[in-house]
Design a protein around this ligand. Structure first.
Ligand SMILES: [Zn+2]
Length: 200
């Protein structure tokens, strides 16, 4: 592969090792032109099947950009979004499937986003799940409140200002009856680059 420093069109593998319980291979490479070293990370491609039938590689940046729109003006930082995208990818990989439907990716976003910021969650869900009336919002808010009540009955005190700090909640409910018309927006476009750069 190209050297990321000088764009020389070849590189030499000087070390190879597995990581993440064998799910990843990391290769230390050296550029024969500029002699600089870099690391590549190789994982099985996680493929997303769009509703049109077109497939594309799963992309964390795409998750981030899709969710970022819902987080405008909210106290959600780039690091939070990076963690969310990582959680979504881990969730997808844990399913053991090499191909997943775009719709499942959207569902996997809802849980972590709800824990991160409830307003951003409502915005995202309203687009993703195609809310059309105030009733849709009311139903979603009722579910959020029900979850909050469940959570606060477990804890000695609630912390409404910090929804992200509450414990793990299970992802059932809202996502169950997602209508098929609403799977748009989040996962358009296509790009996925190997992670590069020094890890040692
Ligand atoms: Zn080079």
């Amino acid at each position: 592969m190209h050297c990321p420093f000088c764009r020389h069109n070849d590189s030499r593998v000087i070390d190879s090792r597995t990581a993440d319980d064998g799910a990843t291979i990391r290769r230390r490479r050296q550029c024969p032109a500029c002699n600089r070293r870099f690391t590549t990370s190789e994982t099985a491609t996680l493929t997303v099947i769009k509703r049109s039938g077109v497939t594309e590689p799963f992309s964390r940046p795409k998750i981030v950009s899709g969710v970022r729109k819902a987080c405008q003006g909210r106290p959600v930082g780039d690091d939070d979004l990076a963690v969310l995208a990582q959680q979504v990818e881990e969730h997808m990989r844990a399913s053991g499937q090499a191909q997943i439907e775009a719709h499942e990716v959207g569902l996997a976003i809802l849980g972590p986003l709800r824990r991160l910021d409830e307003i951003a969650y409502l915005r995202f869900a309203s687009v993703y799940q195609g809310f059309e009336t105030l009733d849709d919002f009311e139903a979603a808010i009722a579910l959020l409140r029900a979850e909050r009540d469940m959570t606060s009955s477990d804890a000695t005190h609630d912390s409404p200002g910090h929804p992200g700090e509450r414990g793990d909640q299970h992802d059932h409910d809202i996502s169950a009856d997602t209508s098929s018309r609403a799977h748009h927006g989040v996962l358009e476009g296509s790009h996925m680059t190997p992670r590069q750069g020094g890890t040692n």
